[in-house]
Write a protein that binds this ligand. Structure first.
Ligand code: HEC
Length: 143
């Protein structure tokens, strides 16, 4: 529980700092922030499933719901095709827009199927999420 609160405070703090640092966000910065938030939430579930942190149903469920929201906002945030040198996004995203959007919807779909009621259920359903991240990265992110 305490870990949950610390985690929450830290993410609020980082969101606050990044909103100051990147007041006028370019498309790339928005994308990068979105993906970093996705990683943050996903790592809560991944660490829980590997017992690096204690299983906590309400924390797991809130991470899942946050991930759902972030996944749902992906197409809108990626509409801006700004490609500075440090971006890892591939131009293929905007050439295959419908496919990119469907990969983003795949992530929402598998998140709907994540069961956070017990550690065993979480473990059994989380693999699909990692696969959905990988399937989009493989095609649309530089490696
Ligand atoms: C629909 C496609 C798509 C899905 C699904 C997706 N990503 Fe990404 N991700 C990208 C693209 C494209 C980039 C590169 C963005 C850029 O650099 O402009 C990226 C970048 C990232 C980055 C680097 C961010 C940075 O700039 O530091 C992380 C971390 C990341 N993704 C994690 C994840 C995780 C974890 C998941 C699954 C829970 C996931 N992503 C799902 C497309 C996707």
């Amino acid at each position: 529980m305490l870990k949950g609160i610390i985690y929450l405070l830290m993410s609020v703090f980082f969101m606050f700092i990044s909103s100051i640092l990147f007041a006028a966000d370019s498309g790339y910065v928005e994308r990068s922030k979105l993906m970093q938030n996705i990683r943050l939430e996903f790592s809560v579930l991944a660490r829980m499933s590997r017992e690096k942190i204690e299983f906590d149903e309400s924390l797991a469920e809130s991470a899942r719901l946050n991930l759902l929201k972030l996944a749902a906002s992906t197409p809108t945030i990626f509409e801006d095709d700004d490609l500075p040198i440090n971006s890892e996004a591939l131009p293929a995203i905007w050439e295959n827009w419908d496919d990119f959007v469907s990969k983003s919807e795949d992530l929402e779909f598998v998140l709907e199927g994540v069961d956070t009621s017990t550690l065993i259920d979480l473990r059994g359903s989380l693999g699909n999420v990692g696969a959905a991240c990988g399937s989009c990265h493989q095609k649309y992110r530089m490696n």
